[in-house]
Design a protein around this ligand. Structure first.
Ligand code: UDX
Length: 446
């Protein structure tokens, strides 16, 4: 069914990674958007088209719509309430300090700050990843605090965007999920208008209850983490048997029931989502008394962590059993390519551990250097991959940026002390490197 598009006035509360992307993309769809954040510095930077993180295409899209007049920013909740017909809540849900569960203080603060200003019928839409049961609690709080009462409706619309593809994932998502208290409600009507261009493009829409909508996101991330840990567990078995995990993965990928995506063995998953989300999911299952159902996720987490230990072990082997005083180059700091995000990055945790064990570690990353320097000031940093490799006994390739695949193995060989390379992501062309005289190792390959 084609819906006639009519632009709405939307607010996007929280202008971090998710919010900045959502705000820019909603303006791109044709809506008038007001971005809201409590940090004035963030707001003035965004208004000037500057992003505090790297995401391909996003700064350009923000500038485009600041210029078109469809995108503005404010720190005022009152202004947001007066402006918006629909309010998207896009704040973070980090892991609680010293605990596995999610910290919901920002999600709660959005309702507490916005609701008292809601004097006409409106919809508040949660997009953050939250423990199942949160939406129901927030809906009650919203009704209780809003002057319009039950005419301030809550909906849950999880976001599945990947860093590095955030704009594309938002404008062309695989599916839209709407968690509603009641089908056919005002919330549904308004959200169908918000997403009309996507619905016209035949993006599948699934209407669910709150709990299902909350669970879709956590279940998707748990599945992806499991798929990565599955192939990494196979890599452990390959290492014990002389089999090659990249060939194994290739053979599995032709089975359409399995598929090849998220089946690359290596140093494992990191980032701001997968690790924290599976832990928060286990913590919530504990509270619900279904901890057994998710016991396997503990194993998924341990397999993932073991890959980092294994990389350190392999590095030690390549340094004749002792890391003391050995120069090691680490290529990559971001948790994955096309991102400057270093949260729970396997590359940096491995680099830091090698340094603790006495190695002299020099790191290079195309985009994540500033973030890495701030978080790990004790490591050395180089301006390019060759400079990092100068005098090295060993190179570790830990984040698979295209820049590393484009390097000439012969040129790198000229600057190192020993031509030894371990590919922690299984993407470099080993034949090329070997032909240039390198000793190459990889996780899960003979
Ligand atoms: C993830 C989900 O993909 C996204 O849908 C959700 O909204 C947020 O969390 P993101 O954190 O951007 O997105 O990263 P993703 O592309 O999923 O990669 C996660 C980690 O897994 C990275 O460290 C990546 O290097 C690693 N990975 C991915 C592998 O080790 N092997 C693979 O085959 C795929």
């Amino acid at each position: 069914m084609s819906t006639h598009f009519h632009p709405l006035r939307l607010t996007v509360i929280g202008t971090g990674y998710l919010g900045a992307t959502h705000a820019a993309c909603m303006a791109e769809l044709g809506h008038e958007v007001l971005g809201v954040d409590v940090e004035p510095d963030k707001i003035s930077a965004l208004q000037a088209g500057r992003l505090p993180f790297y995401e391909p295409g996003l700064a350009e899209l923000i500038s485009k719509h600041v210029a078109s007049g469809r995108l503005r920013f404010t720190t005022s909740y009152q202004e947001a309430a007066e402006f918006g017909e629909v309010h998207f809540s896009c704040v973070g849900t980090p892991q609680k300090k010293g605990e596995s569960g999610a910290d919901l203080r920002y999600v709660d603060a959005v309702i507490d700050s916005l609701a008292p200003h809601l004097t006409r019928p409106t919809v508040v839409v949660g997009k953050s990843t939250v423990p199942v049961g949160t939406a129901e609690r927030l809906a009650e709080r919203l009704t209780a605090l809003a002057p319009v009462g039950a005419q301030a409706q809550l909906a849950w619309n999880p976001e599945f965007l990947r860093e590095g593809f955030a704009v594309d994932d938002t404008l062309r998502p695989d599916r839209l999920v709407l968690g509603l208290q009641q089908e056919g409600s005002a919330a549904e009507v308004l959200l169908r208008q918000v997403y009309a261009p996507l619905l016209d493009a035949d993006i599948p829409l699934v209407i669910t209850d709150f709990s299902t909508a909350e669970l879709v996101k956590t279940a998707a991330n748990a599945f992806l983490a499991t798929k990565i840990s599955f192939i990494n567990a196979m890599a452990e078995v390959c290492e014990a048997t002389g089999a090659d995990v990249t060939l194994l993965s290739k053979c599995l990928s032709y089975d359409t029931r399995i598929g090849g995506r998220f089946l690359n063995a290596g140093v494992g998953f990191g980032g701001g989502c997968l690790p924290k989300d599976i832990r928060a999911f286990m913590a919530r299952a504990d509270e619900l008394g279904v901890d057994q159902a998710l016991a396997f996720l503990r194993e998924v987490d341990s397999i993932n962590m073991r890959r980092r230990d294994r990389m350190v072990e392999l590095a030690r082997e390549h340094c004749d059993g002792s890391l003391l005083g050995r120069r090691i180059a680490v290529w990559g700091a971001a948790f994955k390519p096309d991102s400057d995000d270093i949260r729970d990055s396997p590359a940096l945790t491995i680099a830091a551990r090698l340094q603790l064990l006495g190695a002299e570690v020099t790191v290079y990353d195309p985009k994540a250097m500033d973030n890495a320097r701030k978080m790990y000031p004790g490591l050395s940093y180089a301006d390019d991959p060759l400079q990092a490799a100068r005098g090295a006994h060993l190179i570790l390739h830990l984040t698979e940026w295209q820049e590393f695949r484009d390097l000439d193995p012969a040129a790198v060989r000229k600057v190192v002390a020993r031509p030894q390379l371990i590919d922690g992501r299984n993407v470099l062309d080993r034949d090329d490197w070997r032909a240039a005289g390198w000793t190459c190792r990889a996780l899960g390959r003979p």
